[in-house]
Each structure stands twice: as structure tokens, then as C-alpha cells.
Design a protein around this ligand. Sequence first.
Ligand code: ATP
Ligand code: MG
Length: 273
Amino acid sequence: MSAPFGEQPRLMARGESAQLFDLGNGQVLKLFRDSVSDEMIAREVDASCHAYACGVPAAAAVGRRAWDGRRGIVYPRLDGGTLMAWIRRNPMRAGWALDRMAAIQAAMHRESGGALRPLKQVLATDIAYGPASIALQRTAIAYLETLPDGDALTHGDFHLGNVMMTPQGMKVIDWSKAAAGHPAADAVRSEMLMRFGIGPSDWVTNLWRDWAAGRLRKSYLAAGTLTPRDMDLWRPVVALAWLRARNAGRTPAFHRYLDDALRSSGIGRLHQE
Ligand SMILES: Nc1ncnc2c1ncn2[C@@H]1O[C@H](COP(=O)(O)OP(=O)(O)OP(=O)(O)O)[C@@H](O)[C@H]1O
Ligand SMILES: [Mg+2]
């Protein structure tokens, strides 16, 4: 691929939905794949700026910029790598890093989601377009309606690959799934991403994943925003919604987790209703 701007722009990183180019002026250009909707790109701009304005440590979008027919967002360049890469290099400090990550998420949840889309609506849509039977979908959506709305700033994809470790501390990136909603839904989503999200899933890593999810949850709950019961209430609907776009490992373990959550909330079961 040829260079987007400047003398020697460099492909710095790539994610599932975009490629990152160094613009050479302290800024980077995130160029999206064609499959990403305009709505998601606009949301990422709005949510990153909103989060930054609320005091959340985030890289705020500088603006939108297209190149060669591809849509992009300009961001300030963050030095350092993702928290996932940092933990691989500093495994003995993982507990500290997870505590800090949880504190950032709890602080984010004390802020309002402002004009972002309502999280309950996102969950209901994902359940309705997901693979569960119509009967299970109906019961789950009716259950979702009984849960409190909430108005917190939620990230929607808060995992080790979306937090960067910079010399100025941790910074949260990738706000395209942000919404306004109940903090417990976002905390449960992070628990699921840690345990069952994209990445290695050999048995040693899985032990680590389960430990890390527990540590993140414990530190998050210590901030006092939520109780374990709040997380239990949201787990079945957040997990069912995730089935729509889930593209990650540990599927049998995830299905057990989902079925446990569905059963204990009285919603039903994924495989036999
Ligand atoms: N402002 C930034 N400065 C430097 N590097 C960045 C910046 N933002 C993102 N990156 C790098 O680019 C990678 C991909 O960024 P991002 O997570 O925003 O993209 P994505 O394609 O939406 O990711 P995903 O794979 O989660 O869908 C990050 O893991 C990080 O290494
Ligand atoms: Mg990402």
C-alpha cells in the first residue's frame, strides 16, 4: 500500500477494523476497512472527544480525514504499546495494571454518557439479530426491559488491547462501541472479553485469563460503583448480545458461562428451550 501523507508515513499497527499510520507530526491516521459503517466512525469521533472532555484518560479524535477513498480519523500519536503487550513484558506487574485498568473503568462510569446511543437498545438489537431462538430472544428482551437504564459513559470494548500504556499513563482508545447505559453491562462485557475474547486460548493462557477477569472484577467492585448482584443481573443479556458478532475462542466454555447466566436469571437456555 502507498503512503497516505508526508515523506515516509509508516504503517504502525493494525486492528480488526482499521490500520494505523504515523503521520510524522505527532499524529496518527486510523484508516478503516470498508466494512465499518459511517455511523461507527462518527460514534468513535464523538465518544472519544466526549470521554476526553469528561476527564477520562483517552486519545481524543482530532478530526476526520479520508485518503484514497478510505475513511479515517486523525488522533494524537500515543507512545508505547497496548496494555496486553506491556503485561507480556511485565507479567509480574499484571495485578497492578489490572487494578489501574479497573479504576479507569470505574471513573469512566461515574461520567454521563451524554448524547451517546442507549446501551439497552444496543443489547436488544444484538439479541434480536443474534442466533438465539425467537422464544429465547423474546424472553431475554423482556427481561432486559426490567433492568434499570443507567446513563453512564460505557466503552463497550474495554479490554487489554484497547488500553495503551504510555509514558503519561494508561490511555483508552477505540471508542466505536461506546454508549450511555448501566455500568454493570460494561463491567460484565469486560469480564467476558478478558475470559473469552480474541487472542491465544491455550490452557495456560486460559488460566491466566480467568484469573485476570477475577482480578479486574474485584478491583472494579472495590471502587464501590456496583455490587456483584448488579453484574449477575446484566450477565445473561450482555452474553446473549455478544453472540451476534462473537468471533473469538473458548466457545464451549463461553456457552457454559452463557447458559449458567441464562439459567440463574430464569431466562432459559441457549440450546434447549
Ligand atoms: N493514538 C494512537 N497512537 C498510537 N497507536 C495507536 C493509537 N490508536 C491506536 N493505536 C494502535 O493501533 C492499534 C489498533 O487501534 P484500534 O484498537 O483503535 O483499532 P481497531 O481496528 O478498531 O481495533 P480492534 O482490533 O479492537 O477492532 C492499537 O492496538 C494500537 O497498537
Ligand atoms: Mg482495538
